[in-house]
Design a binder for this molecule. Structure first.
Ligand SMILES: Cc1ncc(COP(=O)(O)O)c(C=O)c1O
Length: 485
């Protein structure tokens, strides 16, 4: 089919073209030159593209067609929970009572929105088993940092200034040690044992009177449930430390177990993952933090309160770590998560975990026929293969990921967690059909076959995409973030 817009035309500006028509001026005209201080007046007109409405439509539609998202195909990006985002969430987020309000409005005029936030907090308390929840943090990493700041304040309020260390497993997501560092702690690594779980002996070795907290994901980033979690809680608590739960993997356990019941003192959730906020490309996110009763006084302020069916913002919280975000969190994502929880119900959320775990185990057992599986026990919602067998034939995991693009799939997460050589971390999620899972399995097995019989086709992939293999090192080290002609 002939398409004049193909290849994609990026530069469309033509002098004098416009795509707007402004209404007649109905307020007094202001002469900027006389009314404004000189420093506020531009010396040169901004260089903006001059385009017609059709040009703009084609520009953005063209870009979006090049994009890949959950709505375009299977996206098994481990640790990211790229599940389907139900469109009812969007319908609710567009209701005028939510979309036309302003955070500076008086609470008496936005009681419905405040009730929604309060109810969401209540649901998250129930789901996590925590005493109180704050919705302010805007992402998982932000939630980690918020909770660590609260843990720091808690220790300091007890006159305990020597707790300078946060223990992080070697399989942890990179945000864990990073958040610990930004919160002013030293991150200390605890090793995994040969089953991929935290090594209790090593934990006993690193824990001490300087331990502020242990950060843990359960199931961990290998998709394995930390079965000795109660012992770990005991070890850390006995030393006076706190237990922090990275809830990015909650999709595996919802309705079955709760971080609060496992002994955790603080958790963050990734609403944009588990609770279907559309995510990727850097946001928007929401990383609410749940805490135990002991940590509650340190929650970010304001806290939403309910008294006689009236909702208010409580700012009178002397021990609070303060505000961590303007206004009250990413309202739109919180609203979508609320809609998701209400539409799924308690039984529905339990089914989510069941299917997420079932799908992952089904796929893992098919793929272990051709790929190494360093931790062969049943997994939870995701699993990590190793491309070490393929590496011996000269094909790297990166090549396999690129080859998947030729078959129309978003690749799994690769080279993470760091304790798996040539790692391929696959998270199918619960929203995919058996046919989709089988299609991906067939493709991965086909690629394994290519590695043996025609390795060049994998090593040189992708062949079908508009942009071929990129120089990723230069792209990461010297990114060009701005379009220049
Ligand atoms: C295990 C784990 N922890 C924390 C995070 C950080 O979450 P966010 O990307 O929302 O900051 C992620 C994100 O991928 C994760 O997978």
């Amino acid at each position: 089919m002939a398409n004049q817009d193909f290849p994609f035309i990026f530069e469309r500006s033509k002098e004098g073209r416009t795509s707007y028509s402004l209404p007649d001026l109905d307020v007094p005209e202001l002469d900027l030159e006389t009314e404004l201080d000189d420093m506020y007046i531009r010396k040169n007109a901004p260089e903006l593209p001059e385009v017609s409405e059709l040009d703009i439509m084609r520009h953005y539609t063209g870009l979006s067609n090049r994009n890949y998202g959950v709505d375009s195909g299977f996206y098994p990006l481990g640790s990211c929970t790229m599940k389907y985002n139900p469109k009812i969430n969007e319908d609710v987020a567009r209701l005028e009572g939510f979309s036309h309000i302003h955070p500076y409005q008086a609470p008496s005029t936005v009681q419905g929105a405040m009730e929604m936030l309060y109810d969401l907090q209540t649901s998250l308390k129930e789901i996590t088993g925590m005493y109180e929840v704050s919705l302010q943090s805007a992402a998982g990493a932000h939630g980690e940092w918020t909770a660590l700041m609260m843990i720091r304040s808690y220790h300091e309020a007890n006159g305990d200034f020597g707790r300078t260390k946060v223990i992080v497993p070697d399989s942890a997501h990179g945000t864990n040690p990073a958040s610990a560092a930004v919160a002013g702690f030293d991150a200390v690594t605890v090793r995994s044992n040969d089953q991929g779980l935290v090594d209790l002996e090593d934990l006993r070795r690193v824990v001490g009177s300087d331990t502020a907290a242990l950060m843990l994901t359960n199931p961990n980033t290998l998709g394995l449930f930390e079965t000795e979690i109660m012992e770990m809680a005991e070890i850390v608590h006995a030393a006076g430390g706190k237990l922090y739960y990275d809830g990015a993997n909650l999709n595996a356990i919802m309705g079955y177990t709760r971080p609060g019941d496992m002994g955790f003192d603080a958790v963050h959730l990734n609403l944009h993952k588990t609770f279907t906020g559309p995510h990727g490309g850097g946001g928007p996110g929401s990383g609410p933090v749940g805490v135990s009763k002991e940590l509650e006084p340190f929650l970010p302020k304001p806290v939403i309160t309910k008294e006689n069916d009236t909702f208010a913002f409580d700012n009178n919280r002397p021990q609070s770590i303060g505000r961590v975000k303007p206004y009250y969190g990413n309202f739109g994502i919180n609203l979508r998560a609320y809609t998701y929880i209400r539409t799924m119900g308690a039984e529905g959320l339990k089914k989510v975990s069941e299917y997420a775990v079932l799908n992952a185990n089904y796929m893992m057992r098919q793929l272990e026929k051709e790929y190494d599986l360093p931790y062969p026990q049943h997994c939870k919602h995701e699993f990590v293969l190793s491309g070490s067998k393929q590496k011996k034939l000269g094909v790297r995991t990166l090549d396999i990921a690129k080859r998947l693009l030729d078959f129309g799939y978003h690749p799994p997460t690769i080279y993470f967690p760091l304790n798996v050589e040539e790692g391929l971390m696959v998270e199918p999620t619960e929203t995919e059909s058996k046919e989709t899972l089988d299609g991906f399995i067939d493709t991965m097995l086909t690629i394994a076959d290519e590695v043996k019989n025609n390795p060049e086709i994998v090593q040189e992939a992708p062949h079908q995409t508009i942009v071929k293999r990129m120089d990723e090192t230069t792209a990461a080290r010297k990114p060009i973030l701005r379009y220049t002609k």
